[in-house]
Design a protein around this ligand. Structure first.
Ligand SMILES: NC(=O)c1ccc[n+]([C@@H]2O[C@H](COP(=O)([O-])OP(=O)(O)OC[C@H]3O[C@@H](n4cnc5c(N)ncnc54)[C@H](OP(=O)(O)O)[C@@H]3O)[C@@H](O)[C@H]2O)c1
Length: 369
């Protein structure tokens, strides 16, 4: 089995859907061909039946034209990563090998393994502090760590859980969590150390790219205490590894109810105020939208102007269409633990993404609604 997603593999994958996939469903990003919708694995119970259901849904997703899988070590206490691993094995047997899929995971949150231990403090003490993986001082908000030894430990675990030799995109998970507790200068020093580790992991063949998966950080006004500056972070990567650095992916929530990446000028690039979509494009960074359905809430009851602007059959399709068609979004993630949901969402593989005309109508009608 090949080690990672490759241009050849992802092109081969897209080629398998050439009769069915609409123009614009597959896009180029960082030398890979990726689908406009990716499968997320956040929600759900940490139990065996949800594991099996996710694995089946991910196989279905791989067979239906979604070649980006998004997970995190803490999702369902490491079980979601294992479900992705199970699905990749099944897909390889069905003629869809590893090099066709962009496998993304995240580290940063402390997580137990499989189930909540009876005494979590004791578990983390014995598993991590006693073994010298992190010190108490390196933990923020009681749950978050970016220290290199911890990231190294977490990446090793993720590789094992996923059953792969290399993760295509490794995100620092909600790093802005630390800004609630440590001064910005200390935060940036921690990011620099983490990026140093991640660049070394790229050189060691353990990851292909790295990035930040965020919740609030890139959606705030620039002056907010936990806001993140993309140019400031990109500069750190460039100082460490030059123009060929591998800080190439950012994930942030983006959906019909959370439109900041498109509408809020909270970044400054070369003295100019820019939105996240503009700043990411200026800096050569790929944007991935999370929570495309706002955790399922946008699957129905959207205001009528959305249907008038975007067409399609139902609100679920319109919500996904919005996220995946927005300029600057490469892939919109939708969490799917059920194969039936994959089947419904896969209708969009055959539908052309919305163009500028639909977007103009949407914003004109939205503003007058
Ligand atoms: N900060 C971060 O790093 C961050 C934060 C949030 C999300 N994410 C990533 O983004 C992914 C997507 O976000 P999300 O999972 O939080 O929320 P989401 O994609 O907005 O919504 C997922 C929910 O929608 C339901 N759903 C999916 N397709 C449906 C359909 N056809 N009909 C009705 N319901 C449907 C799912 O149900 P079933 O599960 O029952 O199929 C699930 O309950 C996550 O899974 C995760 O990978 C990252």
């Amino acid at each position: 089995m090949s080690q990672a997603a490759t241009l050849e593999g992802t092109q081969r994958y897209a080629g398998k859907f050439k009769e069915f996939a609409a123009e614009g469903h597959f896009r180029e990003a960082q030398g890979l061909i990726v689908s406009s919708l990716g499968a997320g694995t956040y929600l759900g119970q940490p139990n065996d039946s949800t594991d099996a259901s996710y694995a089946a849904a991910l196989v279905e997703a791989g067979l239906a034209g979604f070649n980006l899988f998004d997970t995190a070590i803490n999702y369902r206490f490491q079980r979601s990563e294992r479900s992705v691993g199970t699905a990749l094995k099944v897909l390889a047997k069905k003629g869809f090998p590893r090099d066709e899929f962009v496998v993304c995971t995240k580290g940063g949150y402390l997580t137990p393994d499989g189930t909540m231990p009876p005494d979590p403090n004791r578990y983390f003490f014995e598993e991590y502090i006693q073994r010298g993986v992190f010190t108490a001082k390196e933990i923020s908000a009681g749950c978050h760590c970016m220290a290199s030894r911890f990231l190294e430990n977490q990446l090793q675990r993720s590789l094992r859980n996923l059953g792969v030799d290399c993760v295509d995109v490794y995100y620092l998970h909600n790093p802005e969590t630390q800004l609630g507790e440590v001064p910005r200068a200390e935060f940036l020093a921690r990011v620099r150390k983490a990026f140093e580790f991640l660049e070394a992991a790229v050189r060691g063949g353990k990851i292909r790219f790295y990035g930040m998966a965020t919740w609030n950080g890139f959606r705030q006004e620039a002056k907010a205490a936990d806001s993140l500056s993309l140019p400031e972070l990109e500069k750190i990567a460039r100082e460490l590894a030059g123009d060929q650095h591998h800080f190439r992916f950012v994930q942030l929530p983006y959906n019909l109810a959370m439109t900041e990446a498109l509408t809020l000028g909270n970044q400054t690039v070369a003295g100019e105020t820019r939105t996240m979509m503009e700043a990411a494009s200026d800096l050569g960074i790929t944007l991935v939208a999370s929570a495309a359905l706002l955790q399922g809430q946008l699957a129905q009851n959207l205001p009528p102007f959305v249907a008038e602007a975007l067409g399609l059959e139902n609100d679920l399709e319109r919500a996904l269409q919005f996220a995946r068609s927005s300029p600057g979004i490469t892939t919109a993630l939708v969490g799917m633990s059920r194969a039936a949901h994959v089947e419904a969402n896969a209708k969009l593989v055959g539908a052309k993404p919305a163009g500028a005309e639909e977007f103009t109508k949407l914003f004109e009608r939205g503003n007058s609604a």
